[in-house]
Design a binder for this molecule. Structure first.
Ligand code: GDP
Ligand code: MG
Ligand code: MG
Length: 251
């Protein structure tokens, strides 16, 4: 089976180092029309499967403000890779988990990789991957691109995740926020499709310029203001993340 894998995460968390560890020398610069940012692709055979791996530009969020973010986001939205590997830095997981929560809204099959586990060990941090996985409801692999720890486990995890069912949304906001999301999703679903309606509703409520522009044909502004839940949505995600980190990381 051919499995298309996207590697994404914040800048400098070790995506390219992991990409090199996963693909070795079998990589090339992807020829994407109209894209000036260099995007690398590579292949890896693993237990009878062919993995095609894309090293996406670093991004803090899928709120597409920079070109890098727009490329990563468009790839995830429109190329719909079979497995999305979200790489987070073991020493500062929060920002990576934020991106993971956004990616889960795309109903992607996601894996959380906590990289630089060598550094975490040096600092005496103990990261409980079962606990992380339990809260996030996605598989978690601890890796070090430096020592090679966890790389084979990650390859196995990619293969097993690829054949699971596509994830439905795994993070629920507060009842109040969910109500707003669902109301808006209902208004737009005939236009954007049932499956993408939640994603676009959330992005509209966050005030994402790309989404607001896309939905500008509908007269939504009179009932729901774009960006009206921007800080609320961010706060709910961060509260959830803080709770997870508290229960999963011991110093
Ligand atoms: P990217 O920006 O996410 O692609 O990150 P890079 O792969 O370029 O790595 C950023 C820096 O972190 C480089 O100096 C790497 O050598 C270092 N690095 C990457 N992975 C690890 C790791 O697992 N352990 C340690 N100690 N350093 C790492
Ligand atoms: Mg970098
Ligand atoms: Mg890189």
């Amino acid at each position: 089976m051919t499995i298309r894998v996207a590697l994404c995460g914040n800048p400098n968390v070790g995506k390219t180092s992991l990409f090199n560890a996963l693909t070795g020398m079998r990589q090339y610069v992807a020829n994407w029309p109209g894209v000036t940012v260099e995007v690398k692709e590579g292949v890896r055979s693993w237990k009878g499967h062919q993995l095609i791996i894309t090293d996406l530009p670093g991004t803090y969020s899928l709120f597409a403000t920079s070109l890098d973010e727009k490329i990563a986001r468009d790839f995830l939205l429109y190329n719909t890779p079979d497995v999305v590997v979200v790489v987070a830095d073991a020493l500062s997981m929060e920002q990576g988990l934020y991106l993971l929560l956004e990616i889960l809204e795309l109903e992607a099959r996601a894996i959380l990789v906590v990289n630089a586990i060598d550094e975490a060990k040096k600092k005496g941090l103990i990261i409980d991957k079962q606990e992380l996985s339990k809260h996030l409801k996605v598989p978690v692999v601890l890796t070090s691109a430096l020592t090679g720890e966890g790389i084979h486990e990650l390859l196995d995890c990619i293969v097993s995740t690829a054949s699971t069912e596509q994830k439905k949304v795994l993070f629920n906001f507060s009842d109040e926020t969910e109500k707003m999301i669902q109301q808006l999703a209902t208004l737009i679903k005939t236009q954007v499709g049932e499956s993408a309606s939640r994603w676009f509703a959330i992005k509209y409520l966050e005030g994402d310029p790309h989404t607001v522009e896309q939905l500008s044909r509908f007269d939504l502004q009179s009932s729901v203001k774009p960006g009206s839940l921007k800080s609320q949505i961010a706060r709910e995600r961060y509260d959830h993340i803080q709770l997870i980190v508290k229960e999963s990381v011991a110093a």
